[in-house]
Design a protein around this ligand. Structure first.
Ligand SMILES: [Zn+2]
Length: 258
């Protein structure tokens, strides 16, 4: 049993037995790590409140060979991101970030880019400003990090130019389609000029998202196309976002346990 340590973010967890808890981390060095926190639910637990969802800290765990469930030794809190728990909107947004992080993350395989993206997005959400804009930027950057960046500059199928105006996003093709190719595509979604402008801008540079202005219908359009494409690529439904959409049966405890 070897001791391992890494910077980490709590992305999920569920109770185990009488007093223990299984905590899911996304770590900088080892990707997704699941570890048992013995006695975590006791009042005088040595972990205190550090194992709360979204908490950023430094993780030390005993690796159990041939098992994907390790033993938590220590989690030193760096940033609790308290603001994320102060409103339903922020809680839901942050829940989507850790849920998608858990879906995208691989056990035992660290990704500097993915870790930075998850951590940076939680930090931005914790300011409480423009959570939906921050989430849309997270989604398109996550697609890029995972190697699924959609083609937004020319027709993804024939490499031809795109006309002005509203574009067609081919879900199976993974990018925008010219009118001729669109006619042969099975499933497309519209992308308006302001939505496309936002995607290109967000990918182009690290910008101050608190100053971006997007109409409600453009936000909804972006949410719809990005989440549909992410679900297709990850092969799973995003559960946390459906919470606000009125789907019942959601529980932070179970739905984020991965
Ligand atoms: Zn084409």
């Amino acid at each position: 049993m070897g001791l391992r340590s890494s910077e980490a973010i709590v992305i999920g967890g569920h109770n185990l037995g009488e007093a223990d808890r299984i905590v899911v981390f996304y770590t900088r060095s080892y990707g997704k790590v699941r570890a048992v926190a013995a006695g975590a639910r006791r009042i005088r637990s040595r972990f205190g409140g550090s194992l709360e969802l979204f908490t950023h800290g430094h993780l030390v765990y005993f690796e159990r060979p041939n098992s994907d469930l390790h033993r938590l030794n220590e989690f030193a809190l760096r940033e609790p991101y308290h603001t994320l728990r102060t409103s339903l909107e922020l809680l839901t947004a942050a829940s989507e970030v850790v849920e998608l992080g858990g879906m995208a993350g691989v056990e035992g395989e660290g990704s500097e880019n993915l870790f930075a993206l998850i951590g940076g997005t939680l930090r931005a959400l914790n300011t409480g400003v423009q959570p939906s804009v921050i989430l849309r930027a997270f989604e398109i950057r996550l697609l890029r990090t995972l190697g699924y960046l959609p083609e937004l500059g020319k027709c993804v199928r024939c490499r031809g130019g795109l006309p002005e105006g509203i574009q067609s996003f081919g879900l199976n093709e993974g990018g925008l389609l010219c009118p001729a190719c669109r006619a042969e595509a099975i499933e497309t979604m519209p992308v308006s000029p302001p939505a496309l402008g936002f995607l290109r801008m967000t990918l182009g540079r690290d910008m101050d998202l608190s100053r971006v202005s997007l109409d409600p219908e453009v936000r909804e359009e972006l949410r719809s196309v990005l989440q549909t494409f992410l679900e297709l690529k990850l092969g799973r439904r995003i559960r946390s976002t459906r919470f606000l959409a009125g789907i019942t049966g959601f529980s932070l405890d179970t739905s984020l346990s991965h």
